[in-house]
Write a protein that binds this ligand. Structure first.
Ligand code: NI
Length: 395
C-alpha cells in the first residue's frame, strides 16, 4: 500500500522547488562545460548543496562531487546524475540557449543535474531518513571516463552504497512518464584499430607488391559477417568500421591501410565472442593475402543490465507516486552506451528512462536542436525520491 502521507509530502515539496530546479537547468543550459572542465557547474552544485545543508566532498574525477544525507540504520542508496555537455553548436533558439559557442547540453545532463539537486532537497526536507542517501554528481559521461575517474579517486571508499540508481531523459516517450528495460538498458561499447601492412608498388605491377587495400576490403566485408553469421539473430550486436585510411595516389599501391571501428553488444558473452571473431578474421586475412594484420582492441564500457531485485521495488515506488499508467516497459535496450555501467557492474542497480518528449519539437539526444520538456524534472524528482526511501527500508 502506498503511504499517501509520504507521497503527498514529496509531491508538496517538489511543487515548491520546481521553479527553482528549472532555473538551475536553464542556467546550466546557458553555460555548458565539456567533460572534466565543468568548474562553474561543479561550483554551482556545491553552492546548492550548501544551501540545502547537505554534507559533500569534491575532487572525485576532478569536478565530481559526492553528497551524503541521513544516518538511519537502513540501506545506503546512491543516485547518480551526470553534468557534462557536448561539443555541439546549438541551432535551437530557446530563450535559455547556450551562450558558449560550440558547446551545448544536447543530451539533457542539465536536466539530470536539476533532478539530482531536487532529490537532495526533497530528502533533506523530509527529515530523518530510514537509511543513508548518497548523491553522485558525475562529470564526463559523454567521453565515458567520468564514472571510472570518480571510482579511481575513492568514491566507494568515501561512501560504500548498497544500491546505485541511475536515470537518463528519453525524448522518445512523453514527459510525465517513466520507462524501464527488463534487462539490458544500454549496450557495451569497445573499439579497435587494425593496421594492414603489405608491400608498396606501382599500380601497374600488383604482382610485385602485397596490396593492403584489397586485403582491407576483404577484411571489412568479412567483419560484417560476424554479426550476420556468428551472432544469434535475436541477440543485438553491431560491428562498424568508421574510418579507413590508406594510399596517396591512384597508381600506387601503399604499404599500409589503417581501419578504425567500434563494436556494441547487449550480452557480455557476445561481447567477448565478437572480440575473438575480429582477431580470427584478421589472422585469416593475413594468411590469405600473405601480409601482416595487427589489431589493437580497446576494452570500453560494459552493458548496463538492470537487476530485477532492485528494479521491481523501484518500479513499485514509481507507480505509487506517478501512477501505474505513466510507467512504461520499453521493448528494447539502446545500442548506445552509458558509463553508469561502471557503477552497475560493481553494485546492484537499476536505471530508468525519464520521459522528456517536448510536444511539437521532434528531436533526439545529441542533436543540435535538442531540447526537452522540463516537466520531466519534477516527475523524476518525485519518483526517484520515493524509490530511494523505499530501498533504504528494504531488508
Ligand atoms: Ni547522456
Amino acid at each position: 500500500m502506498p503511504d499517501t502521507t509520504l507521497t503527498a509530502r514529496i509531491d508538496a515539496i517538489t511543487a515548491e522547488i520546481t521553479e527553482d530546479l528549472i532555473r538551475i537547468r536553464r542556467w546550466m543550459h546557458e553555460n555548458p562545460e565539456l567533460g572534466f572542465e565543468e568548474e562553474q557547474t561543479s561550483a554551482m552544485i556545491r553552492g546548492e548543496l550548501d544551501k540545502a545543508g547537505v554534507e559533500w566532498k569534491g575532487g572525485f574525477g576532478k569536478t565530481g562531487i559526492c553528497a551524503t544525507l541521513g544516518g538511519g540504520n537502513g540501506k545506503v542508496i546512491a543516485l547518480r546524475g551526470d553534468f557534462d555537455a557536448l561539443p555541439i553548436q546549438e541551432t535551437g533558439t530557446p530563450p535559455y540557449a547556450s551562450k558558449v559557442p560550440g558547446k551545448m547540453h544536447a543530451c539533457g545532463h542539465d536536466a539530470h543535474t536539476a533532478i539530482l539537486i531536487g532529490v537532495v532537497r526533497v530528502l533533506a526536507r523530509l527529515g530523518a531518513l530510514p537509511g543513508r542517501a548518497m548523491f553522485i554528481f558525475q562529470p564526463a559521461e559523454e567521453s565515458l571516463g567520468g564514472a571510472q575517474a570518480m571510482l579511481e579517486d575513492g568514491l566507494f571508499e568515501h561512501c560504500d552504497p548498497d544500491v546505485v540508481l541511475g536515470y537518463h531523459n528519453w525524448p522518445l516517450i512523453p514527459a510525465g512518464t517513466i520507462g524501464w528495460h527488463p534487462a539490458t538498458a544500454f549496450a557495451s561499447t569497445d573499439s579497435f584499430d587494425i593496421t594492414v601492412t603489405g608491400k608498396s608498388g606501382h599500380g601497374a605491377h600488383p604482382h610485385l607488391s602485397k596490396d593492403p587495400i584489397v586485403a582491407a576490403a576483404a577484411l571489412i566485408t568479412g567483419l560484417q559477417t560476424i554479426v550476420s553469421r556468428q551472432v544469434a539473430p535475436l541477440s543485438a550486436a553491431v560491428v562498424s568500421i568508421g574510418r579507413i585510411d590508406g594510399g596517396t595516389a591512384r597508381n600506387q599501391i601503399p604499404d599500409t591501410v589503417r581501419l578504425e571501428g567500434t563494436t556494441r553488444s547487449q550480452d557480455p558473452a557476445v561481447r567477448q565472442m565478437i572480440r575473438e571473431a575480429i582477431g580470427a578474421q584478421c589472422a585469416g586475412i593475413a594468411t590469405q593475402f600473405g601480409i601482416d594484420v595487427a589489431v589493437d582492441f580497446f576494452h570500453g564500457i560494459p552493458p548496463v543490465v538492470n537487476d530485477r531485485e532492485i528494479l521491481d521495488p523501484v518500479l513499485d515506488a514509481v507507480r505509487d507516486i506517478i501512477g501505474a499508467g505513466k510507467v512504461t516497459e520499453l521493448p528494447q535496450g539502446s545500442m548506445g552506451s552509458e558509463d553508469f555501467a561502471e557503477f552497475s557492474t560493481r553494485k546492484p542497480s537499476a536505471h530508468l528512462r525519464i520521459g522528456s518528449h517536448l510536444a511539437g519539437h521532434e528531436t533526439m539526444l545529441h542533436r543540435s536542436d535538442f531540447d526537452l520538456d522540463e516537466t520531466c524534472i519534477p516527475t523524476a524528482v518525485r519518483a526517484l525520491s520515493l524509490a530511494m526511501l523505499r530501498l533504504m527500508e528494504r531488508k
